[in-house]
Design a protein around this ligand. Structure first.
Ligand code: GLP
Length: 259
C-alpha cells in the first residue's frame, strides 16, 4: 500500500487525478467512480486536464460504486445524477457507458446481482477511486460488511445517514437502503485509489491503513489488495503512526503498469 501525504485537499485532488490520467493515457478504459465530497477535487483536476487538451475519456466506460434505493437518476441526490453533474457531463465520456446500480428497479436484489455480473463481464475496473466514511466504510459497505462481499442491498447506519444529511433537506430524507458494490467487487479492480482529506477522516484513515484487518473497519480490506494508493492531506494523516516513513518511501512509477 502506497500512502501519499500532501498538504492540502486540492493537492490531493491533483495527485489522484494524475494517477487516473496516467492510467487513461496508458490505455486504461474502465474507470471506477465514487461520489461524496472527497473525490470532487479529483474530478475538477481531471476536467481541467481534459479542457486543456490531451486527456480524452472517449474510449472509457465507468462504474459507480453505489446508489440510494428509491432515488431515480433524475433525483439531484441520486449518485447517478451527482456523477453527471460533478464529472461525466464535463468530459467526453459516452453517457451511455456510465453505469450505476439501479436503485429504483422492481427487484433491487436482482438489480444488485446484475450490476455485479456486468462489472465482471466487461471489467475489470482499471482504476477505482474511493472515499472513506468516518466509520471506515467504502462504497456503502458499513462496518460488519463481509470482506469478500459482492454487490448487494445494504442498510445504512444512523451515523452515515447523519453524515450524508447535509446533501438533503434533513436526515429523514436520506434513504435507509442502498445498493453498493461489495468489498470483494471493489477489490477486483486493478488499482484502488483512496482519497481522504480533513481531520474528521484521520481516525478512519489510520484504522484502514495501520489498524487490524477487520470487518469493523471495511476499508482495512485494502490491506489485502496488491495495488492501493492512499492519498491524504496532513489533517487526514494526523493519526498515522508511520507518517514519516510514508513521506520518504519511494513512489510507485505509473509507467510500469500496462493496461
Ligand atoms: C458516502 C459514499 C462513499 C463516500 C463516503 C464519504 O457514504 N457512499 O462512497 O466515500 O460517503 O463521503 P465524503 O467524501 O463526502 O466524506
Amino acid at each position: 500500500m502506497e500512502v501519499v501525504i500532501r498538504q492540502h485537499e486540492q493537492q490531493c485532488g491533483v495527485t489522484a487525478a494524475d494517477i487516473v490520467a496516467d492510467a487513461v493515457l496508458s490505455g486504461a478504459t474502465t474507470l471506477g467512480l465514487a461520489t461524496g465530497s472527497s473525490p470532487l477535487s479529483v474530478y475538477r483536476a481531471l476536467i481541467r486536464r481534459h479542457r486543456q487538451g490531451g486527456l480524452s475519456f472517449a474510449a472509457a466506460q465507468a462504474f459507480l460504486l453505489d446508489e440510494y434505493v428509491g432515488l431515480p437518476p433524475s433525483h439531484p441526490q441520486s449518485y447517478a445524477h451527482v456523477i453527471r453533474a460533478e464529472f461525466t457531463d464535463h468530459v467526453d465520456i459516452d453517457s451511455e457507458r456510465v453505469h450505476s446500480p439501479n436503485g429504483v428497479a422492481d427487484d433491487i436484489f436482482v438489480a444488485a446481482r446484475e450490476y455485479d455480473a456486468l462489472i465482471a463481464d466487461v471489467g475489470p475496473v482499471d482504476v477505482q477511486l474511493l472515499g472513506i466514511g468516518g466509520n471506515g466504510h467504502i462504497g456503502f459497505n458499513e462496518p460488519g460488511s463481509s470482506l469478500g462481499s459482492r454487490t448487494r442491498v445494504k442498510t445504512l447506519t444512523e451515523q452515515t445517514r447523519h453524515d450524508n444529511a447535509r446533501f438533503f433537506s434533513g436526515v429523514d430524507e436520506v434513504p435507509r437502503h442502498v445498493i453498493t458494490q461489495g468489498l470483494g467487487t471493489i477489490c477486483d479492480a486493478r488499482h484502488l485509489v483512496l482519497i481522504a482529506t480533513g481531520s474528521h477522516k484521520a481516525e478512519a484513515v489510520a484504522a484502514a491503513v495501520e489498524g487490524p484487518l477487520t470487518a469493523s473497519c471495511p476499508a482495512s480490506v485494502l490491506q489485502l489488495h496488491p495495488h492501493v494508493t492512499v492519498v491524504v492531506d496532513d489533517a487526514a494523516a494526523a493519526h498515522l503512526k508511520n507518517a514519516d516513513f510514508y513521506r520518504y518511501a519511494l513512489k510507485y512509477k505509473p509507467a510500469q503498469q500496462k493496461y
